[in-house]
Design a protein around this ligand. Sequence first.
Ligand SMILES: NC(=O)c1ccc[n+]([C@@H]2O[C@H](COP(=O)([O-])OP(=O)(O)OC[C@H]3O[C@@H](n4cnc5c(N)ncnc54)[C@H](OP(=O)(O)O)[C@@H]3O)[C@@H](O)[C@H]2O)c1
Length: 269
Amino acid sequence: MIYFLRNNIITISLLGRTALVCGSSKGIGKASAFELAKLDANIILLARSESELKSLVKELPGQGKHSFLAIDISEREKLKISVQQLLSTYNKIHILVNNTGGPKGGLITEATEDEFLQTFQNHVLVSSLLANLLLSGMKEDNYGRIINIISTSVKIPLANLGVSNTIRGAMASWAKTLSNEVARFGITVNNILPGYTDTERLDVLMSNAAQKQNKTKEQIRAEWEKSVPIGRFARPEEIASAVAFLASPSASYINGINLPVDGGRTGSL
Ligand SMILES: NC(=O)c1ccc[n+]([C@@H]2O[C@H](COP(=O)([O-])OP(=O)(O)OC[C@H]3O[C@@H](n4cnc5c(N)ncnc54)[C@H](OP(=O)(O)O)[C@@H]3O)[C@@H](O)[C@H]2O)c1
């Protein structure tokens, strides 16, 4: 295991490892990129907004070499070519964080076929494409970490998130299947299930709920926070520290799990 001393504290090191962090221009993805960078991994940020990524890449800490890929993941052929090009620069990418914007809300009876298909493509097919592109390098180095940001709806479906609940289940099942196939090569595959996390997405969800229920956003926030045993939303960094741990050598025997990081909100064992 690789540890090093920083400010007299023993820290895990990801020096020499490269991480592709999807959906990293904001929210949970951005926080994950920062946590991994603090452990000295090389970071490749990925999202659509080039201007955002251009400035973020300069702010990333650590000793790693950082870069970014501005791309819309729904363009899978373009994504495949871009990641193949990245591999010629970095040679190997050892850590993959599969993450993107959350699916649109709504009742399952009102969801269109397009909503199901697009969500399946952007979540399951993109994750599978990226994993398949990176697996051979991970195998060669006998070190790989695939971490998927999903949702607690994997354990208990959430009301008014019909398409999301359906596709989250598919993602979790894909990940578990993959974890069985690649574990013997030093590659682990795990899912993080965030609870309420203070990001732009949550802000939009609160605004929508406030409008629908004729309440203020502050009222919605108070109600939602009350449903969490810890009594508050997560900071994105609190989700990201779980990502960083799972990416590290210390998590080598954790494989195929769904880890809720939700302040205890999910009511299942
Ligand atoms: N926040 C929560 O409370 C919470 C709770 C449970 C689960 N989750 C799930 O966790 C994931 C991340 O949530 P978040 O709150 O961090 O979301 P967010 O703040 O909306 O961030 C989403 C990220 O994905 C990128 N992205 C979106 N569509 C993309 C596309 N087509 N191609 C490339 N990049 C794309 C966005 O950047 P660009 O716009 O620049 O592309 C952004 O960096 C989502 O699946 C969400 O549903 C969140």
